[in-house]
Design a protein around this ligand. Sequence first.
Ligand SMILES: [Zn+2]
Length: 202
Amino acid sequence: MEDFKLIAVKCRTCDSGLTVEMNDSIVYCSSCGNGWEIVNDELVPVDINFAKPLVQGQGELVYKGFWLVDAYVKILSRDSSGGWISSLFGGSNKTEGDVLFYVPAFWMQIESVKQIGVNFTTKNPVASPQKYNVKMTGFNFSKEDAKKIAEFIFLSIEAEKSDTVRNIQYDIKVKQYKVLGVPFYKQPNGKLRDAVLGIEVV
Ligand SMILES: [Zn+2]
């Protein structure tokens, strides 16, 4: 666990003051729309886009960060007894291909990571994210975390969907990391529900 810190930094493009919460690894400048990854206390440019709210909900709309992990996935071998077909590579019986993993980058319970990660990754609901003039805070996970969580989402999709898969060997090569701001409703019950697929997280 790192020490808590609150640092005052300025946007490298427009000089606006940016508030960085403790342990944030990404900061978004809502004045000029540029995003920054904090690497060893330096601001490194990162491309940030946002998803449009699609479903109705109750409560204030807030934007939370996801990593979009653009990867090439290859299933090397699998040991299954049933007629099992991967659903990740476009329906046919392919065993490799491009996958865009939606990895939540803020704290939530592991069951919620799985539910929202699997649903977003298999549905790919944000085909053309856009620049928005909004605030995004609470970006807790680094790229290294994102890769591990992407792997967890992959295993949740491929290995846990039936009892027939006993063993799976795979290779995940990350091509690119991008950042996506996803709208959530801060509901009266205190829980967040995303405004794209309508999944509640705890
Ligand atoms: Zn700026």
